[in-house]
Every structure is written in C-alpha cells, then in structure tokens.
Design a protein around this ligand. Structure first.
Ligand SMILES: [Mn+2]
Length: 205
C-alpha cells in the first residue's frame, strides 16, 4: 500500500485507441482461446459471487450483474456509497495479477470482478473516479466469455465517442486522463448471449 504503481512502460502496453485526450489501450488476443476458456471456468468457480445492491434515486435495487471485490488487506473500496472490504485472492486472480505485472509492468493491488450472466446484465454510465484510485487511475480490464459492447462518452459532451466489442481473452487498459474526461458503460445486448466475466484490476491508495 505504501508504494504507488510503477508508471507503465508504454512499449509493453497494447496499441492506443483513438479517444482524444484519453489513454486507452486494447489487445483482443492477449490470452489464447484455450487459455481464456480455462480462465473463465476457474474464475467462475473460484470467485464468491455476490449480488450487490445499488442506491439509485433514493431506492435500493439489486445490481444487474454479480460482483466481488478482491484485494490486498487494507484495499477497501467504496462504490455506490457502500464500503467493501476486500476478499482474498483466488489462485486464478493471483496468477493474472502476476501476469499483468510481467506482461505490461502494471502493479495492481485489487480487482473488481463482475459476472454478466446473460444479455440482460449490464453496467450503467459511470467513471471510476473514487478518490482512493488517485488522480489518474490505471485500470486493467480483462474479459472472458461472451463478447459484449463497451462504450465511452465524453463527460462534457455526453455523446458516445467510441464503442468496441471486448473479446474473450482481451485486455483493455485505461489510464492518464481517461476517467476524468470520459464515462464508460456496458449496455444490455439486443442479441441473446452467454455469460461474461470482467476483471478490472486497480491500485487503491
Ligand atoms: Mn468502470
């Protein structure tokens, strides 16, 4: 917890996507299909999935996805005004954290895991701007399972600037001014689809 994340070595990271002022990088085939299949199964089985509740317009509603907050001791996280104490690293999550450090030079101490059970599960527009993430958060987002569309819109214009399908075994890295300038979402899918697991590794100060 005392050490800030090492600035990421740009040469290791995937190619930058065209999103003005932001720094978003994406590589579809970071993990091979067979490795990604095995990771999906391990994560689905190991993670103690929970249905969190969201506060929306003064009401509490069940989140349209299952989640789990995992991290080093002390890496507590506040989301939708609820404080989450981290659960313990599972073998698959610990190996992926090591892999991100070796592959991209990213040092991360926590991860929000989300399970989108089918096409009806989703995530609304938001940015990851909680104070414990620091001024310019580095977030590494790994996707396994069904391909879903991920969108960015500028916070100033509220207009969708970029929409990309997040592939099975892909890695998306958001850093720099991305959270300050843009929101992101994962809309419901019109077409039926299977489950998707998304891991967003972060550094909590
Ligand atoms: Mn997010």
């Amino acid at each position: 917890m005392r050490h800030p994340p090492t600035p990421s070595a740009a040469k290791c990271l995937p190619e930058r996507l065209p999103l003005e002022g932001a720094d978003v990088r994406y590589r579809a085939d970071t993990y091979s299909p067979s490795r990604a299949d095995a990771l999906f199964d391990a994560l689905h089985r190991e993670i103690p999935w929970e249905q969190h509740r969201l506060r929306l317009f003064g009401r509490e509603i069940p989140a349209p996805r299952l989640s789990c907050w995992i991290g080093d001791a002390g890496a507590a996280y506040t989301y939708s005004r609820v404080r989450f104490e981290p659960r313990a690293w599972t073998p698959a999550l610990a190996s992926l954290r090591e892999d991100l450090a070796g592959r991209f030079g990213l040092r991360l101490n926590s991860v929000l895991a989300n399970l989108y059970r089918d096409e009806r599960d989703s995530m609304g527009w938001h940015n990851d701007g909680e104070p414990e993430l620091g001024a310019e958060p580095v977030i590494a987002s790994l996707s396994f399972g069904a391909e879903r569309r991920f969108r960015f819109r500028s916070r100033a214009m509220k207009r969708v600037s970029l929409a990309i399908p997040l592939a099975h075994g892909s890695v998306l890295v958001m850093q720099g001014a991305t959270q300050r300038l843009y929101q992101h979402d994962l809309p419901k899918s019109a077409a039926p689809c299977g489950a998707r697991i998304n891991l967003t590794f972060r550094w909590i100060y």
